[in-house]
Design a protein around this ligand. Sequence first.
Ligand code: PHE
Length: 447
Amino acid sequence: MADKEVSTRGNWNSKVGFVLAAAGSAVGLGNIWRFPTEAASNGGGAFLLIYLICCFLIGYPVMMAEIAIGRRTGKNPVGAFKALSSNKLYPLIGMWGVLCGIMILSFYTVVAGWTFSYVFEEIFFAAGMNDWATWISNTGNGWLNAIFSVAFMACTISIIRGGVSDGIERATKTLMPLLFGILLLLIGYVIMQPGSSEGLAVYLQPDFSKINANLIFAAMGQAFFSLSLGMGALITYGSYLSRKENVPQAAALVTFTDTLVAFLAGLLILPAMYLAQAKGITIFQDGQFVAGPDLIFQVLPALFHDIGGLLGAIVGVTFFALLSMAALTSTISLLEVPVSYAIDEFEVPRKRAAMLIGIGILVISLIISFNTALIGWFDYIFSAIGLPLGGILISLFVAYAWKTENAFDELELGNNNFRHSIVGKTWKIFIMIICPLVILFNLLRSF
Ligand code: PHE
């Protein structure tokens, strides 16, 4: 029965389809905008180290749990919890996820709009229209923010209206390698500049004295945000996954890809920060990191302008265009969560659900466009706290309500004998004890 349900809801096309879509969801502004900002404000290398630990030891097990729930039930996050237990409280976990997704998408759209506007900034700059470049890249201009947010949300809605598989798979397949390539090129360029070694050292040589409760809290929140965990995005994507696929392996691939892109983004942006500072852009003051959420929008254009000429323009335009696309494959997964909820539970047709919910979220984005200080607050409540909280609840649900043995039955489709493998046994301990305890401890300690 479940199989039929899954196929009528649409499926990923190819074997790599799910991995591509999930990686497309994971790789986005979280890697290139949020990660470097968090790393820079939390002591660089120490943050990187704890972040890596959080991704592989906390994020990876939770990711497998989410995908297993999704594939077993073939449902949206709320419906999935309903399907696996008769207790009326559990679907609240899914509702919390839907709420976090909506709120994250509302500010993410504004930042994605900035990314998009910087494509034009680079074009104007290259054409020598400096006044235009300055005007269009003003992240404090509410009307501009609003216009770009509308444009970005329109793209997201139009893709979700058409269904999940085709567009995302195709877009991710070509764009991801390009993003990867351009990051490597830029890293090469930055490392060759005199003055970049300070940033490299800060990023790659962890200063263990910097590790404290706030850093661990930030690293954990970043891991959940970047891996798209804790709000059911991967329950939803897992619901379109065929029973033949190997979930532990797919999840490992997604975790690895996402972490690698974040690592590379840090390798580019932390050294580039020091180059920008030397050029008079204020990133630090008296040794304190003072740049805000527009950090990369200050640092990267300075770098592209420094490369200069046609090459600088091409690199600048390509980079911001690719980053906009990476953001789009993430906003798609964020919107798909409430949309699949409306389709499954309220039988709203997909096109109408995408339109109504997308426009509803856009209203919040417009408010944020004129009050960009809200980004930090929304991000704190719904990403840094909301997603790890969702992670605790999902772990506890799998461990003690659905039961790991049932989860193993699901995970073994496509991965024979997973429960007896080392990864499987470790997963069980992590999902039952370590993940919920560590996350809870960190959330409490940060208050
Ligand atoms: N992981 C995405 C990024 O790093 C953001 C995201 C969070 C997407 C939660 C879906 C769910 O940009």
